[in-house]
Design a protein around this ligand. Structure first.
Ligand code: SAH
Ligand code: SF4
Ligand code: F3S
Length: 449
């Protein structure tokens, strides 16, 4: 196959997303776009006529996953589906991908995927289909409306791109400059999601708290204004946002945590490391202390807030003593959950060329120690919930028959057994027991009518 040979138009599709929540959101929108074209969703693997691999470039392992997946898409009869590589690997590697493997038909970046139908037509006609433009016309203006049915908890991208240029990170290159979607487009999409059954919306952005815009009366607004307007949407019970950057954590947004009932008491605020020298080398533009002071203000506004973060161990030049400072900031901040990663040198980023790259064994050992420390706090946070009554939004089935899983306001997963409640219900539960990753609960009494 490949350029020059015509193909039959695909009738079924499967989208597989590998990356962050914004990547998952993009995957949903691509699915909706293909459905609007009259295609139907098919199962995993090579079953579909078109498989979209919606990739992530953030760490080497994430980026390499796509190539092993392509290999797995061969069918028993020797044929394979039409394959589109979308997402951040597509943006970073472009036509390198079609050069490296002949099995890929389409390469489309995260800002160009609204052009997917045209690219499919190109492949069908035997033309090359690589599109990594960052076009001036916004994909959001061209994508079809949201699907008629939504999961109880839905994602809504409000901001894209990053101007921060942390020295280890590919996002500013794969996603481009910071752009905020207009107020009305966001409000319309939120309404459509609620009409489709969503009762929780998570506002997404690479730096979501850098969102800025004007409301329908032309007044300048920040993310806090957007959250306050969404709080007034009938039927929307819960609002979340992620990921935030410490430098964009305004007092107005912190105040919203004290004042807006639907805004959930959860904040994902990555710090990455605890040493000022490393933070500087990372170009994080906040210090250990300024970060901890933000957290103090957030806790003053919303004492029960659950904090979450991201950490990188083994940044070039990180000494044992500097790593200890990461452990100590974890102990000071007391996170309810966290993501921690070994530093992965990414092509084209300044840190990849820095001296003092850390040996893999050292990174392994640091990651293990960091995760043990994080787990202590996560377990303590969960155990403090035992005996409490709280509200959960039921989102999916559990592993055992009759079991359902829902989320607390603090984003903990709660398993309940043998309930008459259904997915999408907001119910009161009593927390019975806690582990490091989830809680067990029992139905108290139905809350929402
Ligand atoms: N915009 C967000 C994070 C986006 S990437 C923020 O600044 O908080 C998600 C996480 O991946 C980052 O917070 C960081 O912890 C991790 N990450 C990014 N680049 C990485 C790299 N080269 N190696 C290891 N982890 C990385
Ligand atoms: Fe990457 Fe830093 Fe931007 Fe986050 S703020 S996306 S870590 S460059
Ligand atoms: Fe990955 Fe791109 Fe998200 S690199 S983390 S999918 S912005």
């Amino acid at each position: 196959m490949g350029a020059g040979m015509t193909q039959t138009p695909p009738k079924t599709y499967h989208v597989k997303s590998f990356g962050c929540q914004m990547n998952v959101y993009d995957g949903e929108r691509m699915g909706e776009l293909l459905a609007a074209r009259g295609m139907t969703a098919a199962g995993d693997g090579a079953e579909a006529d078109l498989v979209v691999l919606n990739t992530c470039h953030i760490r080497e392992r994430a980026a390499e996953k796509v190539y092993s997946d392509i290999g797995r898409l061969r069918r028993e009869d020797g044929t394979r589906p039409m394959i589109a590589v979308a997402g951040c690997v597509a943006q970073a590697e472009g036509s390198e991908i079609t050069r490296r493997t002949k099995a890929v038909d389409i390469v489309v970046g995260p800002q160009a995927y609204h052009r997917l139908p045209g690219l499919i037509d190109d492949v069908v006609a035997g033309r090359e289909a690589v599109d990594t433009d960052m076009p001036a016309d916004s994909k959001f203006d061209i994508l079809p409306g949201r699907a008629r049915r939504s999961a109880p908890s839905a994602f809504l991208t409000v901001q894209e791109g990053c101007d921060k240029f942390c020295t280890y990170c590919v996002v500013p290159y794969t996603r481009g400059a910071e752009v905020s979607r207009p107020w009305n487009a966001i409000m319309d999409e939120a309404r459509a999601l609620v009409d489709a059954g969503a009762c929780e919306i998570t506002l997404l952005g690479q730096n979501v708290n850098a969102w800025s815009g004007e409301d329908d009366a032309g007044r300048p607004q920040g993310l806090d204004g957007l959250i306050r307007a969404l709080d007034r949407l009938p039927g929307l019970a819960r609002i979340r946002y992620t990921t935030s950057h410490p430098n964009d954590m305004t007092q107005a947004l912190i105040d919203a945590h004290a004042e807006v009932p639907a805004l959930m008491p959860f904040l994902h605020l990555p710090v990455q490391a605890g040493s000022d020298r490393i933070l500087k080398a990372m170009n994080r533009s906040h210090s250990r202390d300024s970060y901890l002071r933000i957290i103090e203000r957030v806790r003053a506004a919303r004492p029960d807030i659950a904090l979450s973060g991201d950490f990188i161990v083994g940044f070039p030049g990180e000494t044992d003593a500097e790593f200890e400072e990461t452990l100590s900031i974890v102990n000071e901040a007391r996170y309810a959950q966290c993501f921690s990663f070994k530093y992965s040198p990414r092509p084209g980023t300044p840190a990849a060329d820095m001296e003092g790259q850390i040996a893999p064994e050292v990174m392994d050992e640091r990651l293990k120690r960091l995760q043990a420390t994080l787990n202590v706090h996560q377990l303590a946070f969960n155990q403090a919930s035992v005996g409490q009554r709280t509200t959960i939004l039921l989102e999916r089935k559990g592993r055992h028959p009759g079991q359902l899983i829902g989320k607390t306001p603090w984003l903990q997963s709660v398993h309940i057994d043998g309930t008459s409640a259904a997915i999408g219900d907001l119910i009161a539960v009593d927390i019975l027991s806690a582990g490091p990753n989830s809680l067990a609960g029992a139905l108290a009494s139905p809350l929402a009518a």
